[in-house]
Structure formats: structure tokens, C-alpha cells
Design a protein around this ligand. Structure first.
Ligand code: MN
Length: 258
């Protein structure tokens, strides 16, 4: 079996090789990753300019695009046949709560889902003051390998992926692994205005983590409490309850409505 690894931190990221080593016993590992960091690119595809692919080593490619581009290229062009499993990560930084909606890591796994392939997104929730090379990548890598075995044994529902988040601790200090729902994460929502050397304004957007909403059974609080968190995510974003209520709205009951 072939396993495809991608990420959004780029082909040089520290999280890539520990993941490849952990998955090697399960199959032939292929790496197709962005040539530069693509964090927070979400599910973007590069449709308006060409893509370049550079073969760095055997079964190791850098693509001049987004994480979703990488999975698209790997599945439809680079690999001899679609992989049996796709794993995205290990991302530097958790993808918890609403992070999921911006995440290139999750999007790469979701792109695999859209191709009908089983997929896992894996992230390490870190203290950003700690250097990337000093994180406990192996803690997350060994959980991914274990989860991958389960995914291959039990399967996943159609168009569903697993979003794994792991605290940055040695494996011996991990409290356990919990199945969770996607929760809500709050950041400082900031716009920082500065002036360039010609006196013209420019802006930095995005702030630092403030808190996870204390919703029982959700991803962020579990990781904060020292557990690894596994959340099944689906491509179908429809809210079933709201769909039912919508049918009673005047707009949908007017002339021409079914
Ligand atoms: Mn990233």
C-alpha cells in the first residue's frame, strides 16, 4: 500500500520526517508538500497560474502551490495509483475549533476525502516560544501511526477525515486520547497599522490565542487538559436542524416554492 503525506508548513518543515518514519512500516511513503509555507491557505487551489513540481528525492516532491494542490497533483498525476491513505502534517500549531476552517493541514486531508480516500490531519499544539526542532514530534507521530492502523482496519465514513491534535509533551506525559467535537477558539482579533519608509500605511492582521470556549467534549479543552484529541470532520457542512427550520420561512413558502 502507498501512503501520501502532505502538509501546509512546507517541504522543509520539521514535522514531515517524523511522520514519514512512523508511517513507513505501514506502506510505501510518498511525500508531496508545498515548496514554501502555506499555513492558513485553507482549501485554495491554484487555477490562475502554472504549478511547478520539483522532485527532491525518490517519492519526495515539492510543489509551488497550496496543500490542496499537492494532494490533487499527487493523486491525479505524480503517484502511479491513488494512495490507500493520506496523512497531512504534522503541523506546527494546533488546528482546534475554528482553526479548522483556515487550516491548510486540514484542507489537504479534506482534498483526499473529496477523492474518496481515507485521510488524517495531524497537528501539534505548541508554545510558539519553543523552537520547532525542540517539539515532541514523535509523540504525535506514534499516535498517527496507531490511528492509521485503525483507519485501515475499520474504515471511515465517506467524505470524512480524522483531525488529530496532540499536546507538545513527551509521550509518557500524555494523559490519554479523547474523541471530541470541533469546538470554538478565540483569538485576539487585531489589525496592527504601521507606516512604511514612504509614510504609507500597511497592516498586519491576526492575533494570538486567547482561549478555548469551555464546551464539554470539544477539541481545544481536551488538548489544554493534556489529552490528544481526535475529531471526525465531514465535507458536508449542512446544518440539519437549520435546514428543517428554513422550510417554514416565508421566502421558502412563497409562490414557486415546492
Ligand atoms: Mn501550518
Amino acid at each position: 500500500m502507498r501512503i501520501l503525506i502532505s502538509n501546509d508548513d512546507g517541504i522543509h518543515a520539521y514535522g514531515l520526517d517524523p511522520l514519514a518514519e512512523a508511517l513507513a512500516p505501514l506502506g510505501e511513503v510518498w511525500i508531496v508538500a508545498p515548496e514554501r509555507e502555506q499555513s492558513t491557505q485553507s482549501h485554495a487551489l491554484t487555477l490562475h497560474k502554472p504549478l511547478r513540481v520539483r522532485e527532491r528525492d525518490a517519492r519526495r516532491f515539492a510543489v509551488s502551490g497550496t496543500p490542496a494542490d499537492c494532494v490533487y497533483m499527487a493523486v491525479l498525476h505524480l503517484m502511479p495509483e491513488p494512495p490507500g491513505l493520506v496523512v497531512s502534517g504534522i503541523n506546527r500549531g494546533g488546528n482546534l475549533g475554528n482553526d479548522v476552517l483556515y487550516s491548510g493541514t486540514v484542507a489537504a486531508a479534506m482534498e483526499a476525502c473529496l477523492f474518496g480516500l481515507p485521510a488524517i490531519a495531524a497537528s501539534l499544539e505548541v508554545d510558539w516560544r519553543v523552537r520547532a526542532r525542540d517539539h515532541h514530534w514523535d509523540t504525535a507521530a506514534s499516535i498517527v501511526a496507531s490511528l492509521a492502523r485503525d483507519v485501515l482496519a475499520h474504515g471511515l465514513p465517506r467524505r470524512t477525515l480524522l483531525n488529530l491534535n496532540v499536546p507538545d509533551v513527551p509521550a509518557s506525559q500524555l494523559k490519554g486520547i479523547r474523541a471530541t467535537r470541533m469546538g470554538i477558539r478565540h483569538y485576539e482579533n487585531e489589525v496592527t497599522e504601521r507606516l512604511d519608509q514612504r509614510g504609507q500605511p500597511y497592516f498586519w492582521i491576526g492575533g494570538t490565542h486567547v482561549e478555548f470556549e469551555a464546551i464539554a467534549g470539544t477539541d481545544g479543552p481536551a488538548v489544554e487538559a493534556g489529552y490528544a484529541s481526535v475529531t471526525p470532520l465531514q465535507a458536508d457542512l449542512t446544518h440539519p436542524g437549520a435546514l428543517e427550520r428554513l422550510r417554514d420561512w416565508e421566502t421558502l413558502r412563497g409562490p414557486g416554492a415546492p
